[in-house]
Structure formats: structure tokens, C-alpha cells
Design a protein around this ligand. Structure first.
Ligand code: COA
Length: 316
């Protein structure tokens, strides 16, 4: 796995924004239509409520516009749009094309599908574009999993929801914030979690759980090694928000106390590509991240994919 060459053009976040589906669905709401209950969902997943509604483009436009506004940028100054999503609005064109037009961008736009690892995959891709000369990249992670969830299947319906998180990544004169990264995939596990075109998500929950902790820890360990840091150096870990027990087990194995984890799953459920930016920017907005803090993002998802990145927080 590559390490970041010295002298590469770096970048940092200069703006961000988030969006959630407009309808709140509580565990009690679900219990009215399927054989489940609030206590089971809270104890087994950590989820209390989730937000559903809106298309992938609609949520992305809200989060993307907020990120551009915070960065103080004219949309025409963006050099590329990268959308991480596993729930595009259409098979063709890429949903990023709709967002590009609606936000008034005048640049290339493309989708990245790496399931719940998507935001970190897109982050690394966006850094690659900056390394190749781009000045400003708009990076969005959005999923509308409610549209591919069978709302009569308690195995999956208690978990999935809709959301979006966006960031402006701008070239910086110094080395930028990315210190280490890792992207992994093991396609031999694709049947553990999949959705056929036109169908609903199918999941072997126990198998996904079993693999998730291992591949998150593996990926995070590789990123820390590439960055030359240890778990003690990590001020904030931002794990994929799939299940509080997965987050807790991964933190435990990594040696990062849960007090240093960004957790929003109780309010968001699993929003796939949006989950890491929702947790990251919630922590930033709450003042939990100081300049120079090392932040470890780590995700896993269908594929099965895993991805992690360590950034030195430098955004204004
Ligand atoms: N509500 C109430 N009871 C439920 C239930 C639900 N939604 N789902 C399962 N149960 C019951 C089971 O029937 C079983 O009952 P039994 O003991 O009488 O047989 C019991 O709860 C335990 O079921 P089990 O499947 O062992 O639960 P679990 O602890 O493995 O939790 C998941 C299930 C899906 C929450 C968990 O496996 C998980 O989170 N896996 C990872 C999924 C994931 O992260 N997917 C996205 C990846 S990006």
C-alpha cells in the first residue's frame, strides 16, 4: 500500500455541510409495523431514531451548498465534484451530474461507489486530484438507503437511513492534512451484503459484524503505520456508524477509548457514504476538534470494502 510521497501537493477541508432525510422514524414507529421493539434496537444497534426522505441529489445539494457557503467559494471555482454514493438516483447519468448542474458548478463530476467506505474512498480520490493540480474539490457522501430497504424486513429496516455530508477540499501551500490512508476490498465476501438492481438490501448480519471489526482494525492500523502515529496520538476516531457494538469493539481493539469516538448513530442510523462525514462534522461543529488534532476516519461496507484516513485537523 502506497505511502504519501514527500513534496506532494496537499489539501485541507475549508468548509463543510450536512443534510438528513426530512422525516424522523423512531424505533417505536418501526415496532408498529414489524416484530421488533425500541429496547432491542437500542441495545443491539445503538440506534434510537433515523431520518428518511429525499433523493440522493436533493440531500447532496443541501449539504454541498452549505459546504461551499462555509468555504466562501463561488461554485464556478470548484475544479471537480466527487460524490460517494451507493444509491444513485438513476443508473445513468451519475447523480453527481445532477448536483453539478443544480449547484452551478462548471467542472467534471463523477460518482464513487464503495458502499459504506465510500466517503474515505472519495476523500483519497479527491486528494489525488489535488496532487494532479486541482485547486478545489467538492466532496460529498450521500446515501438514501431507505429506497433500497424492505420496510417489512426487521433484519435490515432497523439499521438503514438517509443522509449526506459534504466538504470542500482546497489545495494548501503546506503539506495538507492527509497523513496516511488505506483502501481495501475483498470481493469474495460480496454475498454477505448486497442489493440487486431493483431489489432490496440482503444481509447476513452476523457475518458482516464478524468481518467488520477485523477489517476496520486492519485498515486503521495500516493508516496509522503509514502516518507514523499510534492510537495514543489519535484525538478523535470517526468510525462508520453501523452499529454501536461494532464501533465499541473496534475502538477497544485499536486501544482508543470510546470517549474519543465520534458517534451520531443514535440519531442517524446507518447512512452508508454519509455516515463518516455526518459524525465528523457533528464533532467539528461541537468544537470537539482543535487545530492540529489527529483525526482517524475508518469505514467498512459491502464489497466488502474497508477504508481509513488520518488527517491533521487544519480547517478554519
Ligand atoms: N428486533 C427484535 N428482535 C430481533 C431483531 C429485531 N430487529 N432482529 C433479530 N432479532 C432477534 C433474533 O430473532 C434472535 O432471537 P432468538 O435469540 O430468539 O433467536 C435475537 O434477536 C438475536 O438475533 P441476532 O441475529 O443474533 O442479533 P445480533 O445481535 O447479531 O444483531 C444485527 C443483529 C443485524 C443488529 C447485527 O448482527 C449487526 O449489526 N450486524 C452488522 C450489520 C451491519 O453493520 N450492516 C451494515 C454494514 S455497512
Amino acid at each position: 500500500m502506497p505511502t504519501i510521497p514527500s513534496g506532494v501537493r496537499g489539501a485541507t477541508f475549508t468548509g463543510w455541510g450536512t443534510a438528513l432525510g426530512h422525516e424522523i422514524v423512531t424505533n417505536d414507529d418501526l415496532a408498529r409495523s414489524m416484530d421488533t421493539n425500541d429496547q432491542w434496537i437500542r441495545e443491539r444497534t445503538g440506534i434510537e431514531r433515523r431520518h428518511v426522505g429525499g433523493s440522493t441529489a436533493e440531500l447532496s445539494i443541501v449539504s454541498g451548498r452549505a459546504a461551499l457557503s462555509m468555504a466562501g467559494l463561488d461554485p464556478t471555482s470548484i475544479d471537480a465534484l466527487v460524490l460517494a454514493t451507493t444509491t444513485p438516483d438513476r443508473t445513468v447519468p451519475a447523480t453527481s451530474a445532477t448536483i453539478q448542474n443544480s449547484l452551478g458548478l462548471r467542472c467534471g463530476a463523477f460518482d464513487v461507489n464503495a458502499a459504506c467506505s465510500g466517503f474515505v474512498y472519495a476523500l483519497v480520490t479527491a486528494h489525488g486530484l489535488v496532487a494532479m493540480g486541482a485547486e478545489r474539490v467538492l466532496l460529498i457522501g450521500t446515501d438514501t438507503l431507505s429506497r433500497i430497504t424492505d420496510w417489512t424486513d426487521r433484519n435490515t429496516a432497523v439499521l438503514f437511513a438517509d443522509g449526506s455530508g459534504a466538504a470542500v477540499l482546497e489545495h494548501s501551500a503546506d503539506r495538507g492534512h492527509l497523513l496516511g490512508w488505506d483502501l481495501d476490498a475483498d470481493g469474495s465476501a460480496e454475498d454477505a451484503l448486497y442489493c440487486d438492481i431493483g431489489g432490496f438490501v440482503q444481509m447476513d448480519g452476523k457475518e458482516v459484524f464478524r468481518r467488520a471489526v477485523r477489517i476496520m482494525v486492519d485498515s486503521a492500523t495500516k493508516s496509522m503505520a503509514h502516518a507514523g502515529v499510534t492510537a495514543d496520538d489519535i484525538a478523535l476516531i470517526v468510525p462508520h456508524q453501523a452499529n454501536i457494538r461494532i464501533i465499541s469493539a473496534a475502538c477497544d481493539r485499536l486501544g482508543v477509548p470510546m470517549e474519543r469516538a465520534a458517534v451520531v448513530i443514535q440519531d442517524t442510523g446507518n447512512t452508508s457514504s454519509a455516515s463518516i462525514p455526518l459524525a465528523l462534522f457533528d464533532a467539528a461543529d461541537r468544537g470537539r476538534i482543535n487545530a492540529g488534532d489527529l483525526v482517524l476516519m475508518v469505514g467498512f461496507g459491502a464489497g466488502m470494502t474497508a477504508a481509513s484516513a488520518i488527517v491533521s485537523w487544519g480547517a478554519r
